[in-house]
Design a protein around this ligand. Structure first.
Ligand code: CTP
Length: 319
C-alpha cells in the first residue's frame, strides 16, 4: 500500500518547510486544500485492519463484572479491580455505534488556537472531539464550545481541579461535566497505575450528581492497535498522543476530518512564541527522548496527510 507509506524523505521535506518557517508555503497548502475521498477511504480501510473504532473506543458492561481484575495496558505487572461504580458507568453498547458524520473537528490543545478566531468554524462541524477536558467558555471565540466527545486523562483531576481537595474543586468539576450534557466523556482508565483513585472520585461524582455524560473507557487493545497501524506506515511512535488517537478513531466515523490546535512547537511560522496549551502555563516537555510522545513526528505525519487531502490541518486564523 504505497499510497500510505510515509517515506523518510516525505517527512524530512515537510520538516524543512516547518523549520524554515515557510509560512507562505504552508498557507498556500491550506488555501488550495481539497479532500481526497479515495485516500480517506483507503486510510479507513487500512486502520480497520488494526482496530474497529466502534468497538475499541470503549469496553462495555458485559465484558466485566464488578471485582474482575485487569492488568494495566502499559504496565502489565500491575492490576486494577473493576469497582461497582466503574461497572455501573460502563456503557451497554459502544457510544459510537452506527454514528457517522460528514465533517468532524478534532481539537488539540496547542496555544496556536489563541487569537485564531476559529470558534465558529469548529462549532460548525457535525461532530466535535476535544482533549483533556480543556476549558472552552472563556476561549469560545478561538476554540468554540461544542463538545460531542471529550477525553479526560485521570491526571486532569490533579492538574486542573486541585486533586478534588476541597468542595469548590469538586463543584467546578461537576459544573464542567454538566455543560457536556449527554456527550461522550472518554477516560483512559486502564493505561497505567497511578490515576485509579482519581477515576474512582470522578465516577462517584458522576453517579452522585446523576450527570448525563456518557462515560466511555478505551479498550485494553486500543493503544497497541493504533500504534501498530502507524508503525506499519513507518511512523515510529512510542505512544500515540491523545490527539493522534482521536484522529485515528475519527477516521471510522467521519468523512472529512479537520484538525485544530495541533502545533507542538514553541514558535509559530513567524517566530512568535506559542503556548503549549491555550488555557494554562504547562511547558513543552516533548523534546527529550525520555518523553513518551513524539508530537513533532506526529505533526509532520499529519502535515503530509494534509497535503495529500486526507485531512485538513488548520494552524492559522480562521477568519
Ligand atoms: N497538541 C499539539 N500541540 C500542542 C499541544 C497539544 O499538537 N502544543 C495535541 C496533541 O495531539 C495532544 C492533544 O493536542 O495529544 C491534546 O493536548 P494535551 O491535552 O496537552 O495532551 P497531553 O495530555 O499533553 O498528551 P497525552 O494526554 O496524550 O499524554
Amino acid at each position: 500500500d504505497g499510497e500510505l507509506s510515509f517515506s523518510r524523505s516525505m517527512i524530512n521535506s515537510s520538516d524543512k518547510v516547518i523549520r524554515k518557517g515557510g509560512s507562505s508555503i504552508f498557507q498556500h497548502a491550506v488555501e488550495g486544500w481539497k479532500i481526497n475521498n479515495s485516500l480517506v477511504l483507503e486510510i479507513r480501510k487500512n486502520i480497520l485492519r488494526f482496530l474497529d473504532a466502534e468497538r475499541d473506543v470503549s469496553v462495555v458492561k458485559s465484558s466485566f463484572k464488578p471485582g474482575d481484575v485487569i492488568h494495566y495496558v502499559l504496565d502489565r505487572r500491575r492490576t486494577l479491580n473493576i469497582s461497582q461504580d466503574l461497572h455501573r458507568l460502563l456503557p451497554e453498547v459502544s457510544p459510537m455505534k452506527n454514528r457517522r458524520f460528514k465533517t468532524c473537528a478534532v481539537v488539540g490543545n496547542s496555544g496556536i488556537l489563541l487569537d485564531s478566531g476559529c470558534g465558529k468554524e469548529i462549532d460548525s462541524h457535525d461532530f466535535v472531539i476535544r482533549c483533556n477536558l480543556a476549558p472552552v467558555v472563556e476561549f469560545a471565540a478561538d476554540v468554540g464550545t461544542k463538545s460531542d466527545f471529550i477525553t479526560m486523562n485521570p491526571s486532569v483531576v490533579q492538574r486542573a481541579f486541585g486533586g478534588f481537595r476541597n468542595e469548590s474543586d469538586r463543584e467546578k468539576f461537576v459544573r464542567r461535566l454538566s455543560m457536556l450534557n449527554d456527550s461522550v466523556l472518554w477516560i483512559p482508565a486502564f493505561m497505567v497505575k497511578g490515576g485509579e483513585k482519581h477515576v474512582e472520585w470522578v465516577n462517584a461524582l458522576i453517579l452522585k450528581n446523576k450527570l448525563k455524560v456518557r462515560t466511555a473507557y478505551p479498550s485494553l487493545r486500543l493503544i497497541h492497535a493504533v500504534r501498530g497501524y502507524w508503525l506499519t506506515n513507518k511512523v515510529h511512535i512510542k505512544r500515540p498522543s491523545t490527539g493522534l488517537l482521536m484522529y485515528t478513531l475519527a477516521t471510522r466515523f467521519c468523512d472529512e476530518i479537520h484538525l485544530y490546535g495541533f502545533w507542538p512547537f514553541p514558535k509559530d511560522v513567524h517566530g512568535k512564541p506559542v503556548k503549549y496549551h491555550y488555557y494554562d502555563d504547562l511547558k513543552y516537555r516533548y523534546f527529550s527522548n525520555a518523553s513518551p510522545h513524539r508530537m513533532p513526528l506526529e505533526f509532520k505525519t499529519l502535515y503530509v496527510l494534509h497535503n495529500r487531502g486526507a485531512l485538513k490541518l488548520t494552524t492559522g486564523n480562521c477568519v
